[in-house]
Write a protein that binds this ligand. Structure first.
Ligand code: NAD
Length: 464
C-alpha cells in the first residue's frame, strides 16, 4: 500500500521503517529539512538501535521529504506521528497535530484515504483531526471530501531503545474508528505484522513462541483512552514499588526480594517492579499529566494517577537525602552522574530523571560530572544546566566524592570498579536503579547504597 507518515521522530521513523520493511511504499514527511536530508543520506537524527541498518535495508521503499505534496495526494493511509508535548497545565500541545491535519486537508488525493492518529492525543482528537482535515479541504478545493476520508486512532506502544523490535513484534495492534472501511484498510496494512508472515531482519530475530498478533478494534475514543490507560498503569506500577521501597527501607526488608515475591504472581507479573529513581522520558510524565487534565475537563479527579506522579517526582529527593546522609554536605562536592538519558539504549533526554536529579544537586552546591555512553553529544547541545561532561570512566572518577547511577546502561556493570575506586575521594556509590552488584562493590571497598535495599560496606576516605 502507499503510506505517508507525518513526523520522522521516534514514532514516525519507526513506523515508516517497519511498514516499508514489510513491503509498503512509504514516504516520511518532516518539516525539519536537516532531518529529512540526513535520513535520505541514510543517517539517523537520534540514537535508536538497529534503525540505521533498517534504513539501509528499506531504501527502495522509503524516502523522506519536507513537502506534503510529495506524500499526501497518493497515500492510501496517512499517519500523523508528530510531537504532542505538555503545555504548562498538563494538556498536550496539539499545534503540531493541527498543522499536520490542515496540510493533509489541503493535499488530500482523489482516492479513499485513512488518516491515522498515531501521536498520543487526548480523547476527542480523532473528531478534531477529521474536522480540521475537512475544513482545510473545503478552503483549498471547495466542497467536501465525502466518501474519500476516514479517520482512525492507532496508538503506539513502542519503547525507545527497542522501538523496531516493538513495532515488528507488538503485543497488540489497536485501531479505533467509526468507519468500518478504515478498520479494514488498517487490517490489510498491518497484515504481515499481525500474521507474522514477514521474514525477520537478520539483526532482529522474531521472539520465540511469537504467534499471531491480536488486532483490537474499538471506537475512536476507546482507542485514544487505551494509550493513556496503558502508560498510566505502567507508571503507577513503578511508583507503587517505589512507595513500597520506602517502607522496605524503614523495616529493613530488601525491595528486590519483595518485588520478586510479588511479581511471581501471574496476576501481577514481574515487570515494571524495579524500585529506583523513578520514571521519566517523553511519555509517562506527559501522558499522566494529560490524563489528569482530561479528568479535570470532565470534573473528575484521578487520585491514583495523581499519587503515581507525586511518588515518582519525589524519588529524586530521596537520592539527594541518601547522599546527604553519607556525605553530610553536598556543597563543593563533586558528584558523578552515570547515565543522562531517561533510560538505557536511547539518547533521549526529555524529562530525564538524571537531569532532574542533577538540578537538585546543583541547587545544593554540588558540582555534577556526567557520563553517558551515547547521550553526551546531545546533552552538550540540549542541556542548559552547568554540568561537567566525562567521556571516560577515569575522567569521571578523578577526585570525585560520590557516584550516582541514574540510568542502567549495561556497560556500567562491567566497568573496572576496583581500579576506579582509587581515583575517588570517597568511595561512595548510590545506585539509583539497584542495578550494580553491591556485594562485589563493597568487597572492593565501596560503600554501596541502593533504593529500598540494605546498604553495604562502610565509607572510608581514600587518600588521593
Ligand atoms: P518527536 O518529537 O521525536 O518527533 C516529532 C517529529 O515531528 C519531529 O521530527 C518534528 O520535526 C516533526 N513535526 C512536527 N510538526 C510537524 C508537521 N506539522 N509536519 C511534519 N512534521 C512535523 O516525537 P515522538 O517521540 O516520535 O512522539 C510522537 C508522538 O508519539 C507523540 O504524541 C508521543 O507522545 C507519541 N509516542 C511516543 C513514544 C516514544 O517513545 N517516543 C511512544 C509512543 C507514543
Amino acid at each position: 500500500m502507499k503510506v505517508a507518515v507525518i513526523g520522522a521522530g521516534y514514532v514516525g521513523l519507526t513506523t515508516a521503517l517497519s511498514l516499508a520493511y514489510v513491503g509498503h511504499e512509504v514516504v516520511g514527511v518532516d518539516l525539519d529539512t536537516d532531518r529529512v536530508a540526513r535520513l535520505n543520506r541514510g543517517e539517523l537524527p537520534f540514537y535508536e538501535p538497529h534503525a540505521k541498518e533498517m534504513l539501509a535495508l528499506v531504501r527502495e521503499r522509503l524516502h523522506f521529504t519536507a513537502r506534503y505534496e510529495e506524500a499526501i495526494p497518493q497515500a492510501e493511509v496517512i499517519f500523523i506521528a508528530v510531537g504532542t508535548p505538555s503545555l504548562p497545565d498538563g494538556t498536550p500541545d496539539l499545534s503540531q497535530v493541527r498543522s499536520a491535519a490542515q496540510a493533509i486537508g489541503r493535499h488530500l488525493g482523489e482516492g479513499f484515504t485513512v488518516v491515522v492518529n498515531k501521536s498520543t492525543v487526548p480523547v476527542g482528537s480523532g473528531n478534531y483531526v477529521e474536522a480540521l482535515v475537512r475544513r482545510a479541504f473545503r478552503e483549498a478545493h471547495g466542497g467536501e471530501p465525502d466518501g474519500r476520508l476516514a479517520v482512525a486512532s492507532n496508538p503506539e506502544f513502542l519503547r525507545e531503545g527497542q522501538a523496531l523490535h516493538d513495532s515488528l513484534y507488538p503485543d497488540r495492534v489497536v485501531v479505533g474508528a467509526e468507519d468500518r472501511r478504515a478498520i479494514e484498510v488498517l487490517r490489510e496494512l498491518y497484515e504481515p505484522i499481525l500474521e507474522q508472515s514477514f521474514a525477520p531482519p537478520p539483526f532482529l530475530p522474531r521472539p520465540e513462541r511469537m504467534g499471531a498478533v491480536p488486532f483490537l478494534t474499538t471506537d475512536l475514543v476507546s482507542a485514544e483512552l487505551i494509550k493513556y490507560g496503558a502508560n498510566a498503569f505502567l507508571a503507577l506500577k513503578i511508583s507503587f514499588i517505589n512507595e513500597l521501597a520506602r517502607l522496605a527501607e524503614k523495616v529493613g526488608a530488601d525491595i528486590r526480594e519483595v518485588a520478586r515475591g510479588v511479581g511471581l504472581d501471574h496476576r501481577i507479573g514481574p515487570r515494571f517492579l524495579q524500585a529506583g529513581l523513578g520514571w521519566g522520558g517523553s511519555c509517562f510524565p506527559k501522558d499522566t499529566a494529560a490524563l489528569l487534565a482530561m479528568g479535570r475537563e470532565y470534573g473528575l479527579s484521578l487520585p491514583i494517577t495523581e499519587a503515581a506522579r507525586e511518588v515518582n517526582f519525589s524519588q529524586r529527593n530521596l537520592i539527594v537525602d541518601k547522599l546527604l546522609a553519607e556525605l553530610k554536605t553536598l556543597k563543593g562536592k563533586t558528584i558523578i552522574l552515570l547515565g543522562l538519558a531517561f533510560k538505557p539504549h536511547t539518547d533521549d533526554l526529555r524529562e530525564s530523571p538524571a537531569l532532574a536529579l542533577a538540578e537538585l544537586l546543583l541547587e545544593r552546591g554540588a558540582f555534577v560530572r556526567a557520563h553517558d555512553p551515547v547521550a553526551l553529544p546531545r546533552a552538550r547541545q540540549e542541556v542548559t544546566l552547568p554540568l561537567e561532561y566525562a567521556e571516560t570512566p577515569e575522567e569521571a572518577f578523578q577526585g570525585a566524592d560520590a557516584v550516582v547511577l541514574a540510568t542502567d546502561w549495561p556497560e556500567y556493570r562491567t566497568w573496572h570498579w576496583e581500579r576506579l575506586r582509587g581515583l575517588l575521594r570517597t568511595p561512595l556509590v548510590v545506585d539509583g536503579r539497584n542495578f550494580l552488584d553491591g556485594k562485589a562493590l563493597s568487597a572492593v571497598g565501596y560503600r554501596y547504597v541502593g533504593v529500598g535495599i540494605p546498604a553495604l560496606g562502610i565509607l572510608s576516605k581514600v587518600e588521593v
